[in-house]
Write a protein that binds this ligand. Structure first.
Ligand code: GLP
Length: 242
C-alpha cells in the first residue's frame, strides 16, 4: 500500500487524476471503477478540466459503479446512477452506454447482483478502481463485518452510514434507504489497481485503521493491505492519525 500525503483537497484531486490520466494515456480503453460520495468529486472535476482542455479523453473508456441504493431508480436525484451521470459522465464525455451500475430498482435483486459480476468479468475486469472510505471503514457499501471475500450482493446499511449520507437526502435520515447493492470486497480486490482518496479530519480514524491497523472485517478497507497495487491519496487532515 502506497500512501501519498498532500497539503489539501485540491492536491488530492490532482494527484489522483494524475494516476487516472497515466493509465488512460497508456490504455485508452481502460475500464474504470467509479465511486460516489463527496470524496471523489474533486477528482472528477479535475478529470473534466483535463478533458475540456484536450489533455485527456475518456471517450474509449468504460466504467463500473461500486454500488446503488435499493429502490432508487436512475431518475431519483439521490441515486448513485444520477450522481455518476452528473459528476463524471456528462462533464467528461464518458460515453453513457459504457457506464454500468447495479440496478437498485431491479425486480430480482439477487439475479441483478449475479449479472453485474458477469458484466464486470465480460469487460475483462476493472483496470483502476477509484474508492472513497466511510467513517466506519466501509468501501463501496461493504459495512463492518462484511466478508472480506464477498461478491456483489444486497447489504443492509448501518445507522452511521445512513446518517452520514442523509446530507444527500435533504438531511432527512428517514429518506435514506436501508438497503443497497454493492460490489463485494472480493470484487473490489479483483481490480488491477486501486486509488483511494480521503480528505478531512472526519476520515482520519478510518485512514489510520485501514492503513496501519490489522486486517479485519471490523474495518473493511483494511483488506486493501493485501492488494498489490493500492495508492491511498490523503490530505494532511485525513492523515493526521497516521
Ligand atoms: C458512501 C459510498 C462509498 C463512499 C462513502 C464515503 O457510503 N457508498 O463509496 O466512499 O460514502 O462518502 P464521502 O466521500 O461522501 O465521505
Amino acid at each position: 500500500m502506497e500512501v501519498i500525503i498532500v497539503d489539501n483537497e485540491l492536491m488530492v484531486a490532482r494527484t489522483a487524476a494524475d494516476l487516472v490520466s497515466d493509465l488512460v494515456s497508456a490504455q485508452p480503453s481502460a475500464v474504470l471503477g467509479v465511486a460516489t460520495g463527496s470524496s471523489p468529486v474533486g477528482l472528477y472535476q479535475e478529470l473534466s478540466r483535463r478533458v475540456n482542455s484536450g489533455e485527456l479523453s475518456l471517450e474509449r473508456c468504460s466504467a463500473f459503479m461500486l454500488d446503488e441504493y435499493v429502490g432508487l431508480g436512475a431518475e431519483h436525484p439521490a441515486s448513485y446512477r444520477r450522481f455518476i451521470e452528473e459528476k463524471l459522465v456528462e462533464p467528461t464525455d464518458l460515453p453513457p452506454a459504457n457506464v454500468h451500475g447495479p440496478d437498485g430498482s431491479a425486480s430480482d435483486l439477487v439475479a441483478e447482483c449475479d449479472a453485474y459480476e458477469k458484466a464486470i468479468a465480460s469487460c475483462g475486469g476493472v483496470d483502476l478502481q477509484i474508492l472513497g472510505i466511510g467513517t466506519d471503514g466501509h468501501i463501496g457499501f461493504n459495512e463492518p463485518a462484511s466478508s472480506l471475500s464477498s461478491r456483489t450482493r444486497i447489504k443492509t446499511l448501518t445507522h452511521q452510514t445512513r446518517l452520514d449520507n442523509s446530507r444527500f437526502f435533504d438531511g432527512d435520515i428517514d429518506r435514506v434507504p436501508h438497503h443497497c447493492l454493492t460490489q463485494g470486497i472480493g470484487t473490489i480486490m479483483d481490480a488491477r489497481t486501486i486509488v483511494l482518496v480521503a480528505t478531512g479530519r472526519k476520515k482520519a480514524d478510518a485512514i489510520h485503521r485501514i492503513v496501519e491497523g490489522p486486517v479485519t472485517a471490523r474495518w473493511p478497507g483494511s483488506q486493501l493491505q493485501h492488494h498489490p497495487h493500492v495508492t491511498v491519496v490523503v490530505d494532511e487532515a485525513a492523515a493526521s492519525e497516521l
